[in-house]
Every structure is written in C-alpha cells, then in structure tokens.
Ligand binder design. Structure first.
Ligand code: NAD
Length: 421
C-alpha cells in the first residue's frame, strides 16, 4: 500500500480525536477541508536576465477564531498537500494555546540556496504581490518557516506596505526588532519546546540534569532547542542537518555547533564528533529526541527502533499516525507538534499585538507571558491524556477541537438544534 500523504495524516489525527469526542459531524466536515487555497505563479527575473517562473501556495484552513496565521516555507519539495496539512495544524495549534487566530500556511517550490540574494529578494516580493489580495493584518498574517527568516519577512512587509500605500508592520511576524519585530521571537519556538520538555519531564519523572538529547534538523527550531535544553542541564550528544550529522558521547556545546554551521553551512565536521546518518540519529539511545526538520521522519518503518524516552516535536508533522500507535505502545512520551512548537506562533501573536498597539514590550515580559501560556497548554493536554486515557496527540487535538467547536457554535456555523448557550 502506498504511504499516506501528509494531509491524510492530518485527517487521521482529526478522526482519532473526533471519535473520542463523538464530534458533531458538521464540525468535523468544516475542519476536514481548508477554506481556500490560492495557487500562484511567480515570474522572477534572474541575475542573468532570464525569467524563471516559480510556483507557490497560500492555504487558509479555518478562521473561526480570528484572522489566519502561519509561516511561509521556501523548499524544493513544497506541494499543495503539504501546505494544506501545515495550515490545518496551525488551526489546531492556535486553538490549543488559546490565541485568537485561525490557521494558514504558504510555500514556494524553490531551493533558496540556489538563488543569489537579489534573486531571493525578487522572489519574496513577487510572492507577496501574488498573494496580497488575500493577506493583511486583519485577514491572514504570514511568518517564517523552513528556509525563510527575518530578512525575507522584512521584504514581505516592505512590499505589502508599498502595494497598500500604508506602512503595515502587522502584516507579518518574525520581523527584525528594528521593523517592529518582538524581542524573543527568533528563539520563541525553541523556548516553547524547552518549557514543554521541562513540564513533561516532571510528569514522567525524567531527571533533566545529564539527560541526553539528539536533535534532527539544526536550524532555527533545532539549534535553539539544543541551547535551551543544555541550559536546563541536558547533554546534547547528536545533531544533523540536510548535509549530515554529528555524534559525541560526552556532549557538545550547542552554541559552538550553531556557530560552526553558520560558518560552514553544516554541523558536519564539527571537531571532536563522529559522523552519523539520519537513521542513526533518530534511533539513538538518548533520553530525548527532538525532531526539528521536516514531516514524516518517524514512520512505521523506524518507530519500533526508537529508543528515546521522550520525543519533543519541534517540527510540524514529524511522526506519522502509524508510528504514533507504535510509540504509544512503547510508552514513549510524545509532546506533539501542535503543543511543543506552539511557542513560535504565540510570540508571533505577541508581535502582532505590539504592532497593532504600536507599543513594545521587554524581552522579560515576552518570555514570562510565553511561559504562562505554554505551561497552561501543557497542563490541559496532559490532564486530558490522563483523564481520558488517550495519547498526548489525541489529547492535544481534543483540547483544540473543544475550543473550535465552541466558537463555531457561538457564530452559528453549525445547526445545534434547541441547544441553549
Ligand atoms: P530552518 O530552515 O531554520 O531549519 C531547518 C533545518 O532542517 C536546517 O538546518 C536543514 O538543514 C535541516 N534539514 C532539512 N532537511 C533535513 C533532513 N532531511 N534531515 C535533517 N535535517 C534536515 O527551519 P525551522 O524554522 O527551524 O523549521 C524546522 C521545523 O520546525 C519545521 O517543521 C517548521 O515547520 C517547524 N516550526 C518552525 C517554527 C519557527 O518559528 N521557525 C515554528 C513552529 C514550527
């Protein structure tokens, strides 16, 4: 049988929670399909004067809780199915952490490493022109994702502001602080990962001081997760990226490895470490595994070989539904993506609030508010997992769907018979 697509994985996750909740079929139907997906072609003048047409998408999954929100990914494997799945996960994630957003996601099929800086700028501006009719601070607010960063967000914001003739910092989040970005946004996803790992470790009685950690994908989410977990006392023993992986039994300094990657383009060849494959990293005998790269990394093919006690999903969708079942039976604690990596969108929400108010907060205030939200979300999910005897992913979806259901009922999107408010 062919492997399921990423969007089919989302539908299966929704289905699992809907069954436990005995969810109203009207709500399920509304959550099963995105509201809209815009497919665009972006002609870009290359440095040699030729024109290359790139393909991109923006998908808005559900806006019952507020304007839609989600990152934009530049990656050669982007496809409509992936963008739809990532948008749906944003709907559930925003609902779970209690922020007033729906879910969206965008992507462009490109390897940005093949472009010059000027070509990347023209592509970024072209993509925002193409999707400008459906985005805006009150409609849909983009952010960074794989292979996009604060510089790309700055071009997005600048281009949209020119199109509208109004300076619009609230269009995107993940901007540099000088353009209205928030303190703490750059590392917020990983800070949220760290708070949830800390709470999960308390729940399962895992001592973090000296706990070993392997990180798959040493980018924004992965490298900062390594740094913050190291600050909690964890020993980071393995990491990789698209070019290769490293292992060091006695642990390495995660900040020095990040610097090495910045200088050389990869974690590979970091002094004092052995080379390891991606599969070695995923199945390594460590206490905590942090997948922080792409989807479908932990599948039915390797789930049985996973030895970690805890998996903190910094990436979106790293574990397939079939792998979930295997890991649950092995009693591995999974902090599911929509919980573990929700720190990013939470601080994006703080950034947007600051932009709309034109009043800016200190880093301490951002971190404190983020910690409150992440700890509260973890407790809700963990209590649901304990009380209903369901795995952590089903529990996270249940918490999210309950809030979405209440909002849909209140807005009159579903017929609820004679039920009183
Ligand atoms: P990034 O571009 O900063 O880093 C991605 C890293 O993954 C890179 O180091 C890349 O080399 C590596 N990588 C790519 N393919 C790989 C492979 N096959 N094996 C191992 N490593 C590989 O991206 P990011 O923003 O850190 O995003 C990573 C994940 O985290 C994605 O799933 C993203 O959706 C999720 N996420 C990011 C944020 C955020 O705020 N950046 C928020 C929530 C979730």
């Amino acid at each position: 049988m062919a492997n399921s697509t990423i969007y089919e994985n989302v539908l299966k996750q929704l289905d699992n929670a809907a069954t436990v909740l005995d969810l109203d079929p009207q709500i399920k139907e509304l959550l099963q399909e995105p509201m809209r997906t815009l497919s665009v072609s972006i002609p870009v003048k290359m440095d040699d004067d030729s024109i290359h047409v790139f393909k991109g998408f923006r998908c808005q999954h559900n806006d019952v809780l507020g304007p839609t929100k989600g990152g934009i990914r530049f990656h050669p494997q982007v496809c409509e199915d992936e963008v739809k799945a990532l948008a749906a996960w944003m709907t559930f994630k925003c609902s779970l952490v209690g922020i007033p957003y729906g879910g969206a996601k965008g992507g462009v099929l490109v390897n940005p490493k093949d472009l010059s800086r000027n070509e990347l700028e023209r592509l970024s501006r072209g993509f925002i022109q193409a999707i400008s009719p459906i985005i805006g601070p009150d409609k849909d607010i983009p952010a960074p994702d794989v292979y996009t960063d604060a510089q790309v967000m700055s071009w997005f914001m600048d281009e949209f502001s020119k199109i509208k003739g109004v300076n619009t910092p609230g269009l995107v989040t993940g901007k540099p602080v000088v353009l209205g970005g928030s303190f703490g946004r750059h590392s917020a996803t990983a800070r949220g990962v760290m708070y949830t790992v800390r709470e999960a470790a308390k729940a399962i009685g895992l001592e973090l001081n000296g706990a070993t950690v392997a990180v798959q994908g040493y980018g924004n989410a992965g490298s900062f997760s390594a740094k913050f977990l190291n600050e909690l006392g964890c020993k980071i023993v393995a990491a990789n990226d698209s070019k290769g992986g490293i292992y060091c039994e006695s642990g390495f300094d995660p900040v020095k490895v990040a610097k090495h990657k910045e200088e050389t383009g990869s974690v590979k060849d970091y002094v004092g470490c052995e080379e390891i494959s991606n599969e070695d990293l995923l199945t390594m005998d460590v206490d905590i595994l942090v997948p922080a790269a792409l989807e479908n990394q932990i599948t039915e093919a390797n789930a049985d070989h996973i030895k970690a006690r805890m998996i903190a999903e910094a990436a979106n969708g790293p574990t397939t539904p079939k792998a979930d079942e295997i890991l649950f039976k092995k009693n591995i604690m999974i902090i599911p993506d929509i919980l573990a990596n929700a720190g990013g969108v939470t601080v994006s929400y703080f950034e947007w609030v600051q932009n709309l108010a034109n009043y800016y907060w200190s880093k301490e205030e951002v971190d404190r508010k983020l910690e409150d939200i992440m700890v509260d979300a973890f407790e809700k999910v963990y209590n649901t997992h304990e009380n209903l005897g369901v795995n952590m992913r089903v529990a996270a979806f249940i918490v999210a769907i309950r809030r979405l259901t209440a909002a849909m009922e209140a807005r009159g999107w579903v017929y609820n018979g004679d039920k009183k408010c």
